[in-house]
Design a protein around this ligand. Structure first.
Ligand SMILES: C[S@@+](CC[C@H](N)C(=O)[O-])C[C@H]1O[C@@H](n2cnc3c(N)ncnc32)[C@H](O)[C@@H]1O
Length: 194
């Protein structure tokens, strides 16, 4: 059901959906572990789609932790809300979401940010706008994890995105490739300095 919803939305809006199939369980585990989600208190997911990563987050998120998913596509948000009733989803563009309105007084931000956004499909300016809006909300020591399709990372927009990640304060790590994903993908992890 989630795959058919995903394929339909790809044909409706391929530029923002960015993939014809949801990510595999193997890639979901790789990205969730890379972001340290099992030890997080507050998790942000960008572009959850039909919930490929959310399903793994649900299984490993501590009971006391909070989750927020920002998803542009309202049809996906409806699917997510019925699939994950205890989680908080907002139909919003990651580059425009007002985190200061959302976070409660005293809450600095998120200690794990997981992204399913199709960065190489985005114009360079949009890559910058999203990172500028989201990454300041990563708390010191927190992790931002996002995937790239192997090979696509060498395209001009893929290289531009990697350069943007290198400029972030903190350490950039690259995981090995998950060959079983379609297409194969690896994960970029930025861990913010303490
Ligand atoms: C490649 S799909 C990934 C879906 C899911 N995370 C997965 O890996 O199967 C990208 C998702 O990002 C969403 N998206 C695209 N641009 C967005 C934006 N600016 N803000 C929030 N979500 C966005 C799309 O609607 C789509 O659901």
């Amino acid at each position: 059901m989630s795959a058919s919803t995903f394929v339909r939305e790809f044909f409706r809006s391929w530029k923002t959906t960015g993939a014809i199939l949801p990510s595999s369980v193997a890639l979901a585990h790789r990205i969730i572990e890379s972001a340290n989600v099992p030890r997080a208190r507050r998790v942000l997911e960008l572009g959850p789609g039909t919930g490929a990563f959310t399903e793994v987050i649900k299984d490993c998120l501590p009971h006391t932790a909070n989750y927020l998913g920002l998803e542009l596509n309202e049809r996906f948000v409806e699917t997510l809300q019925s699939r994950f009733p205890g989680f908080d989803f907002v139909a919003a563009a990651a580059q425009q979401f007002d985190f200061d309105q959302y976070l409660r007084p005293g809450e600095e931000g998120f200690d794990a940010i997981v992204s399913g956004l199709p960065w190489t499909a985005f114009p360079e300016q949009l890559q910058i706008e999203i990172l500028n809006n989201v990454l300041p909300k990563l708390v010191p020591g927190g992790c931002f994890a996002t995937f790239a399709y192997w090979g696509f990372h060498r395209l001009p927009r893929g290289r531009h995105f990697r350069e943007l990640l290198k400029q972030q304060p903190g350490r950039l790590r690259v995981t090995s490739v998950v060959w079983g994903n379609v297409p194969p993908a690896f994960v970029y992890v930025v861990q913010r300095d303490e």
